[in-house]
Design a protein around this ligand. Structure first.
Ligand SMILES: Nc1ncnc2c1ncn2[C@@H]1O[C@H](COP(=O)(O)OP(=O)(O)O)[C@@H](O)[C@H]1O
Ligand code: SF4
Ligand SMILES: [Mg+2]
Length: 389
């Protein structure tokens, strides 16, 4: 694993202990996030994307909890006085503060509260659920500023106006005096982004930030996020079910299915050399790629099963076009590096049977490009539109 990360999630498992059974919402997810990079997390509804985000922030609802894994956050530069050594002597990493494991922190403790909103901020899909209806936008942003920066009331109000200006709110002095319900959907989302930026986070997690918006506003908000990310050099985790958004925004991509990371690679490889059958099927469901642009969104065979009724073996097997009877329904796949920076969770990509792997797993274009998944066959349903649980 590269050492150039500020956030490293390793084999994270977050389960919900419900009366119906244990929901393994996140069940072995790992990735590294480098400064100034955008990691896109993609997958259908119910695959564990939001719970991954909530786990990082330590705000998983009861009856859920992190049961295993690590969420390592590197201390900010400047937190620790480090002797840089002399001349070309490299910085002694061993003398830096060790990373903080957020999975081990008390979710109600002081340390995670100062990291939440300060070091790591979250933007949700639905701004009305995240903004207080009884305070003005300006009050809410200046309160976040006071919480995370040492400034007085007056200075925090000025800074709130500046943050609103930076996210493109026209006439930010007046905008700061408005309540959330007085703003349009697009302006509310800008206000929410402003609130997230107010604590000057090093990591921004945006969970479906544009799903509730019309297409034009969606494009504007994505432009804004990209611009802010570049200007501030933030690391961003962008969660979406939309591969179009991933193509525009992400540097690296994690594809999730039923709580697991099934493929992880730079964005170019995801689009040009996808290896996991689920990634290929998602790509195939994109209008303009596998599917004709104007037809109803074709999709992947079946739907995501309930997380507490996980299929045996590879959990994608009931829907997989490359399913191998006796193997895929028996054995759980282990992560395999198919290229130096491409990790896949699929038995048919495992190296033990290289000849079979190649023979039985033709490349994407051969398997999928000539195949149109038809809803009338009874096996295919449109990808569910995301909705927040
Ligand atoms: N509070 C909860 N109680 C029980 N199960 C939950 C709860 N929150 C989420 N889940 C389950 O965890 C799984 C992952 O959910 P989520 O992370 O919201 O998916 P996504 O964001 O990918 O749509 C789903 O099966 C969902 O039903
Ligand atoms: S392990 Fe088998 S069922 Fe699972 S994705 Fe690979 S080929 Fe498909
Ligand atoms: Mg979600």
């Amino acid at each position: 694993m590269s050492e150039d990360w500020i956030l490293s999630v390793r084999d994270l498992k977050t389960h919900f202990f419900t009366r119906e059974g244990v929901v393994r919402a996140v069940d072995g997810v790992g990735f590294d996030l480098a400064p100034g990079r955008v990691l896109g997390i993609v997958g259908e509804s119910g695959c564990g994307k939001s719970v991954t985000a909530l786990s990082i922030l330590g705000i998983v609802d009861h009856p859920g909890r992190i049961v295993d894994g690590r969420i390592l956050l590197r201390p900010a530069h400047g937190d620790t006085p480090v002797d840089p050594g002399h001349g070309d002597t490299p910085v002694d990493l061993a003398r830096l503060d060790p990373p903080v494991d957020l999975a081990r922190l008390d979710p109600t403790g002081r340390q995670i509260r100062s990291i939440r909103g300060g070091e790591i901020a979250l933007i949700f899909q639905e701004p009305m659920a995240s903004l207080s209806p009884v305070h003005t936008i300006g009050q809410q942003i200046s309160e976040t500023i006071r919480l995370h920066r040492r400034v007085g009331r007056r200075r925090s109000r000025e800074q709130a106006v500046e943050v609103l200006r930076s996210v493109g709110v026209p006439d930010p002095e007046e905008g700061a005096k408005l309540y959330p319900f007085q703003l349009s959907g697009g302006l509310r989302q800008r206000a929410l982004i402003a609130q997230a930026l107010a604590g000057e986070p090093r990591v921004l997690i945006a969970d479906e930030p544009t799903t509730a918006l019309d297409v034009t506003t969606q494009a504007q908000i994505l432009d804004l996020l990209r611009d802010l990310q570049k200007r501030r050099g933030m690391a961003v985790i962008l969660i979406t079910h939309d591969l179009g958004v991933i193509a525009e925004m992400a540097d690296e991509v994690l594809v999730m299915y039923l709580g697991k990371g099934v493929e992880r690679a730079p964005v170019d490889l995801i689009f040009h050399s996808p290896e996991h059958p689920y990634t290929r099927a998602l790509l195939n469901s994109m209008p303009g790629l596998g599917a004709a642009a104007k037809q109803a969104l074709p999709s992947i065979s079946g739907t995501v099963p309930p997380a507490f009724r996980r299929p045996a073996g590879c959990s994608f097997h009931p829907r997989c076009l490359e399913f191998l009877e006796g193997t895929c329904n028996r054995r759980e796949p282990e992560p395999v590096m198919v290229r130096p920076d491409q990790e896949v969770l699929c038995l048919r990509r495992e190296p033990e049977e290289p000849s079979q792997t190649r023979k039985n797993c033709p490349k994407t274009d051969k398997v999928y490009r000539n195949r149109t998944l038809r809803p009338e066959s009874g096996h295919f349903s449109p990808i569910e539109q995301e909705s927040r649980d």
